[in-house]
Design a protein around this ligand. Structure first.
Ligand SMILES: [Zn+2]
Ligand SMILES: [Zn+2]
Ligand SMILES: [Zn+2]
Ligand SMILES: [Zn+2]
Length: 310
């Protein structure tokens, strides 16, 4: 038996439910009317006080990481609660009273947390949906208001935001070339084409149909073979990306290689697109042949076009 026995259980219950309000009965009824999605019969009436999630939010705040707790929620024998992430980090010692922690769950608080309706974490970015905890987690993975990652393909960049913010960021911080228009003609010149590093890439952005498209040009090894690859990513959701199509052409010496594709959303990382080979792939020997066969310098002329699919 855990230290404290029945006393512990009572204390725990009191902590979990009643500490937001010292009167257990009122508190129960209030919880019923304000925070439960499916209110129990008899508890669902508005009992006259304005609904407030504030106290409950406080109750559910992990004292260590300050995040909102969700099941499993743990507590020490003295009733101090903490989240499961933090439980793994406190070496079995309650961060509040230093008592040995054990594996005691706080079921009452878990129930409260499960039924609490929470705003989507991207509320500030325009999402007004609210969900019980698990639905919220599921929703947030796909919420269309969640920020985009910076599409720059170099070293990892941690900047996130909406499209206008990222366009400004690409221009100002990464000094990316910005072009207006739906067709393009780019020349890629590389002085020592025999060195195809895994980190050689170029990014240009096109403003077209009032939207932005990232043209990536990369040199890397595909199963040991040095290749160049060009592909387009759309700065927006995948659903919108599908409304566009693009073509790429590269050639020389009377030969031509073309690619027609659908831009990928920048929700997919450039690495993911590259690894799926969803773009124009030019093997180095062919690239050198297009370029005029000169091993000292690679000159590739890449042309392309973006159009709307009806
Ligand atoms: Zn925590
Ligand atoms: Zn404790
Ligand atoms: Zn959302
Ligand atoms: Zn960036």
């Amino acid at each position: 038996m855990a230290p404290g026995g029945g006393g512990f259980l009572k204390e725990a219950t009191e902590f979990c439910i009643a500490s937001a309000d010292s009167d257990l009965a009122t508190s129960d009824a209030e919880l019923g009317s304000s925070i439960y999605r499916n209110t129990a019969p008899g508890l669902g009436r508005n009992l006259g006080r304005p609904a407030s999630n504030y106290d409950v939010d406080e109750l559910l705040e992990c004292p260590v990481c300050m995040n909102l707790m969700h099941p499993p929620i743990y507590q020490c024998p003295n009733g101090h609660t903490l989240c499961s992430n933090c439980k793994g980090r406190v070496h079995n010692s309650c961060p509040t009273c230093r008592h040995e922690l054990g594996n005691i769950r706080c079921l009452a608080l878990e129930k409260v947390s499960e039924s609490l309706e929470l705003p989507c974490r991207y509320k500030e970015l325009g999402c007004h949906d609210i969900f019980p905890y698990y639905s919220k987690i599921k929703h947030e993975k796909h919420c269309k208001h969640r920020p985009f990652n910076c599409p720059y393909s170099g070293n990892y960049c941690s900047v996130t935001g909406d499209i206008p913010l990222l366009v400004g960021h690409l221009k100002n911080d990464h000094k990316v070339d910005m072009h207006d228009g739906c067709s393009f003609n780019h020349r890629y010149v590389k002085s020592s084409p025999q060195e195809v590093g895994d980190a050689t890439w170029m990014l240009s952005v096109f403003n077209c149909f009032g939207r932005q498209f990232c043209l990536h040009f990369e040199a890397f090894h595909l199963e040991m073979a040095p290749v160049y690859m060009a592909f387009l990513r759309f700065m927006g959701e995948e659903e919108e990306a599908k409304q566009f199509s693009y073509s790429l052409e590269v050639g020389g010496n009377g030969r031509k290689l073309t690619w027609k594709g659908i831009p990928r959303s920048i929700r997919d990382s450039h690495k993911k697109v590259r690894d799926s080979q969803d773009g124009l792939i030019i093997h180095r020997n062919l690239a050198l042949f297009f370029s005029g066969g000169n091993m000292k310098e690679l000159k590739l002329r890449l042309s392309g076009r973006i159009w709307e699919v009806q």
